[in-house]
Design a protein around this ligand. Structure first.
Ligand code: NAD
Length: 244
């Protein structure tokens, strides 16, 4: 730990994303993970010397600047409450949140810095911008978002598919149709298909490694630490359109 390092709590630490976050944070001298939280607090190899807590004891975690949450909707309220109680920032990539959880996130932004994103990759930030432009240029064409993920993914359509659908809607005033595939160990694939008479345009993003999401979330945490309350937009942050 260095004096100026950003102190993190990783929530959902035993999961696929949580373990990637722990591994990559340990390699970054600007970051110190002070606690890892999972549902049951089971040992996690990637946590190293950092304490692992069950969610029922999250309030016992040492002080942290930012909580990074990649868990499940049923776990989300707990980490949001803790961040509010401690006035710490929250970076969350948990998908499948209910409307009232999204509203709670909006309300929390009046008191703490908050960044939620359906996808923390640079490629998807750029894709969403391209999709908005293409949909605006082709307003009469059919629009479909087709996504594929591993068999363990619980929500469908994926949060990223809905994010891309919002970009379609922003471009042409109407959302797309969605199709979801769950198979094998696919990390995440999204195709936005615009179909007109006699031709078809496909914009595709394929994630082959979860580290891209973890890196984006760690970068977001570094940028959020020390900010005042409010919502931060990942697209602007990753595309460097937001001041550091
Ligand atoms: P996972 O199932 O592998 O891990 C889930 C984690 O949540 C585990 O650590 C588990 O212990 C924890 N958890 C479950 N119930 C809990 C509870 N009640 N209290 C505290 N912790 C609890 O899932 P994953 O593949 O790591 O994905 C996690 C989330 O991140 C999902 O919502 C997924 O869709 C999302 N995700 C987002 C992005 C992005 O870029 N935004 C990328 C990948 C995954």
């Amino acid at each position: 730990m260095t004096d100026q390092s950003t102190r993190l709590l990783i929530h959902g630490a035993s999961g696929r994303m949580g373990r990637a976050l722990l591994r990559l944070a340990a390699q970054d001298p600007r970051l110190t993970v002070v606690a890892a939280v999972s549902a049951r607090g089971e040992p996690i190899a990637e946590a190293g010397d950092c304490p692992v807590l069950p969610s029922s004891r999250m309030d016992q975690a040492p002080a942290y600047d930012v909580a990074i949450d990649f868990s499940l909707p049923e776990a989300f309220n707990g980490v949001l409450e803790q961040c509010l109680a401690r006035r710490s920032a929250l970076v969350s990539g948990t998908t499948g949140l209910a409307d009232r959880q999204r509203a709670a996130l909006d309300a929390a932004a009046a008191r703490i810095p908050v960044l939620w994103a359906a996808n923390f990759s640079l490629g998807v930030a750029v894709l969403a911008e391209l999709v908005r432009q293409a949909a605006a240029a082709l307003p009469g064409w059919d629009a479909d978002v087709v996504e594929a993920h591993h068999v363990h993914k619980k929500d469908a359509p994926s949060g990223t598919a809905l994010h891309l659908g919002a970009a379609v809607e922003a471009g042409r005033g109407r959302g797309p149709h969605y199709a979801s595939l769950r198979a094998g160990d696919i990390v995440g694939e999204h195709t936005v298909q615009l179909s007109g008479p006699g031709e078809r345009l496909e914009l595709v993003h394929r994630a082959t490694n979860r580290d891209i999401f973890a890196r984006g979330a760690l970068e977001a945490a570094l940028r959020l630490a020390g900010r005042g309350p409010g919502r931060c937009d990942l697209g602007r942050l990753l595309l460097d359109r937001e001041p550091a």
